[in-house]
Design a protein around this ligand. Structure first.
Ligand code: PMP
Length: 344
């Protein structure tokens, strides 16, 4: 077991967190004159629940994780930022990523003035285990970010390798599972009981189709969750987000149907793309996108944008590759038609 308190930034450990009106009074009442709100009921005149208890109860049921092990944020991007703020002393502590990966880990480190060590993934885009291990003796190394399935490569990392790192590292291992619902691999949330230094991030922005409401989840030991709660803005998840999330999370059947449709489109797109001469390689994907290596990727990107189709140019971080999100069946058909025109 890792001593979590020893990882917490000193000023955060000593912090007296803001205590909101809704934090202080716990009973039931009919007259609320404690928070300087406008008393006229329009459905949104009251501050939201700062700890989002109803929403966490539903998420707990869905994910099979106790509520005290759940943190909710304004997107998982907020959780990423709070992990730096809570656990990394600026200009002293460090974190590590394995590239190419999601860009916000580096940006959050830069904002928080935390040194980021960047290791390359192996040639087949798996974790550089020995390289990572060589950093474990550095007392200032606090966070390892592992994105699985990884953005932009699309593959999942090896579960046993992640768990080996978790068991050997004395800091926090943050596994970002933003795309887990598109994958057949099991979430690492089932391992939370065994490791107090494992943090799993998920989001409603991808498979749940709710990028617009900004709802991210961090699952971890309650000591880690308490740190995030202490430093978050008091009402970081607004009332509308909490209401919409609760409503949408009620319908798991609709969610599964949409995910299945996206997955069958992923298969179709992969099959059709593989027939094109300009397509050199389609990387295996456990996510809702395909990383595709094209002959002259930049020219392909430009030709598509001229037809109003925007994909993501990842050629700088993954040589010759464009990242293509799986769209609706019609959108994918349109994309394929434009790519076919480039063949002649
Ligand atoms: N993690 C990964 C791997 C992502 O690709 C993204 C969004 N592109 C996020 C996190 C951010 O998710 P959210 O919308 O919950 O902030």
């Amino acid at each position: 077991m890792v001593d979590i308190q020893s990882l917490v930034r000193k000023n955060v450990r000593n912090l007296k967190p803001y205590s909101s009106a809704r934090d202080e009074f716990k009973g039931s009442a009919s007259v609320w004159l404690d928070a300087n709100e406008n008393p006229n009921n329009n459905g949104l005149n009251r501050y939201p629940d700062p700890l989002q208890k109803k929403l966490k109860a539903r998420i707990s049921e869905l994910k099979n994780v106790p509520t005290e092990n759940i943190f909710l944020g304004n997107g998982s991007d907020e959780a990423i930022d709070l992990l730096f703020r809570g656990f990394c002393e600026p200009r002293k502590d460090k974190a590590v990523i394995c590239s190419p990966t999601y860009g916000m880990y580096q940006v959050s480190a830069d904002i928080n003035d935390v040194e980021m060590v960047e290791l390359p993934l192996t040639l087949d885009w798996h974790l550089p285990l020995e390289h990572l291990r060589s950093l474990f003796s550095d007392d200032y190394m606090k966070l390892i970010f592992i994105c699985s399935p990884n953005n932009p490569t699309g593959n999942s990392m090896n579960r046993q390798e992640i768990l080996t790192l978790v068991s050997e590292f004395n800091g926090l291992v943050v596994v970002d599972e933003a795309y887990i619902d598109f994958s057949e691999t099991e979430s690492l949330t089932s391992e939370l009981g065994k490791f107090n230094n494992l943090v799993v991030l998920q989001t409603l922005s991808k498979a749940w189709g709710l990028a617009g409401i900004r709802l991210g989840m961090a699952f971890a030991n309650s000591e880690v969750i308490d740190v995030l709660n202490r430093i978050k803005p008091p009402y970081n998840v607004n009332q509308l987000t909490q209401e919409v999330a609760l409503k949408e999370l009620a319908d798991e059947a609709a969610f599964k149907k949409e995910v299945d449709a996206i997955l069958s489109e992923r298969t179709r797109l992969k099959t059709e793309l593989s027939k094109l001469k300009r397509v050199e390689k389609i990387h295996p994907s456990d996510a809702n996108f395909l990383l595709v290596k094209f002959v002259k990727a930049k020219a392909v990107y430009k030709a598509l944008t001229e037809q109003g189709i925007v994909v993501r140019d990842r050629s700088k971080v993954a040589y010759g590759c464009l990242r293509i999100t799986i769209g609706t069946s019609e959108e994918n058909t349109q994309l394929l038609a434009e790519l076919k025109k480039l063949e002649s």
